[in-house]
Write a protein that binds this ligand. Structure first.
Ligand code: 4NP
Length: 158
């Protein structure tokens, strides 16, 4: 089993979107029994909440259902339980680095490292903006999900 965790700040916009898009891709590729996907937030404000309704609506327009997801906070154990921890931005990355047990930070990546052609390092936080921000998040997340899955297939011979 390969375990993949997407992380943002609130766990209600970017990381559930990434979770839903990547999970959809993994199912489409027939790898659902092999690749397990989850998401979490470095902040505690939204624990137990479903994804933001704007994130759910934007994903639904692309055939992706996020309604079963519930926010939780990252914990140091995530660095034991997950093989790939994907941070949406540098702040998430640095907060996760502070949480990582010694010798385990090799599991941590900026998600957009798997989408070098996009030419940006961070998925911008859409929370305080309009609908266009959620569409942009989806575009970026779709591209990086393809790159991440390619990488995992190569490394794990899937
Ligand atoms: P996310 O967006 O990190 O993509 O889930 C945010 C959602 C809520 C907050 C911050 C970011 N907040 O401060 O409540």
């Amino acid at each position: 089993m390969v375990n993949v965790l997407f992380v943002c700040l609130g766990n209600i916009c970017r990381s559930p979107t990434a979770h839903g898009v990547f999970r959809h891709l993994v199912r489409t590729e027939g790898l659902a029994e092999t690749i397990h996907t989850d998401c979490a937030g470095t902040g505690a404000w939204h624990i137990g909440e479903p994804p933001d309704s704007r994130a759910q609506a934007a994903a639904r327009r692309r055939g992706i259902n996020l309604s079963d997801l519930r926010a939780r906070q990252t914990r140091s154990r995530d660095f034991v339980d997950y093989d790939y921890i994907l941070a949406m931005d540098r702040r998430n990355h640095d907060d996760l680095l502070a949480l990582a047990p010694k010798g385990r930070d090799g599991r941590l990546h900026l998600f957009l490292d798997f989408a070098p052609k996009l030419g940006c390092a961070e998925v911008p936080d859409p929370y305080y903006g309009g609908d266009a921000g959620f569409e942009r998040v989806l575009d970026m997340v779709e591209t990086a999900s393809l790159g991440l899955l390619d990488h995992i297939r190569r490394i794990h011979d899937l």
